[in-house]
Write a protein of this length. Structure first.
Length: 180
């Protein structure tokens, strides 16, 4: 598999040419778990995940601390993240952009930039009023007791360090992530 390495703001990211796998993730925010799926079959389940401080749902703006519902793909992998590993999602999606445009959260130019990125299988802009940098990550040096006690992210999905290390062997860029 072809892997491209990018240095962005002092962090090293790797991008694969394609995931080449039919493995996908179902993130159940109510049950606080991730099911690793192959087709309709659940290969394994990662329990006790943490989500955004404000829960999960429709993100309304940057900084709302909501984990977004929807279907995304892993757009990049941060191998040298302060959260151990970071699997960045291609958030905002076309659906997110449609809703935000209708609500007046983003303007037409921002909408078109998001749509164009998706049409060309690129990472959409991460600095819009809808926010960005949403992904799946580990704890890094964070306290595991906090992770166990409450939802603490700014909209991401957090796993323990052993869980993110294990998951990194199963997924790559292009992996579908459905958040419900």
């Amino acid at each position: 598999m072809l892997r491209i390495y990018l240095l962005i703001c002092g962090s090293l990211f790797s991008v694969a040419a394609s995931a080449g796998s039919d493995v996908w993730l179902l993130v159940d925010t109510a049950a606080r778990k991730i099911e690793v799926k192959k087709g309709d079959f659940t290969i394994e389940t990662l329990n006790e995940i943490a989500i955004g401080r404000a829960g999960a749902g429709l993100k309304s703006h940057r900084g709302d601390n909501i984990t977004p519902f929807g279907e995304y793909k892993i757009g990049w992998v941060g191998e040298k993240s302060s959260f151990r590993k970071f699997f960045g999602l291609n958030y905002p999606s076309v659906d997110d952009a449609d809703h935000a445009l209708k609500k007046g959260v983003i303007d037409r130019l921002t909408y078109e930039r998001i749509i164009t990125a998706h049409q060309y299988h690129q990472i959409p802009p991460q600095n819009t009023p809808l926010g960005g940098q949403i992904g799946i990550h580990g704890l890094g040096s964070a306290d595991a007791r906090i992770h166990e006690a409450f939802d603490w992210t700014h909209g991401c999905i957090a796993l323990t360090n052993p869980q993110i290390d294990h998951l990194s062997h199963l997924i790559d860029t292009g992996t579908v992530v459905k958040i419900k």
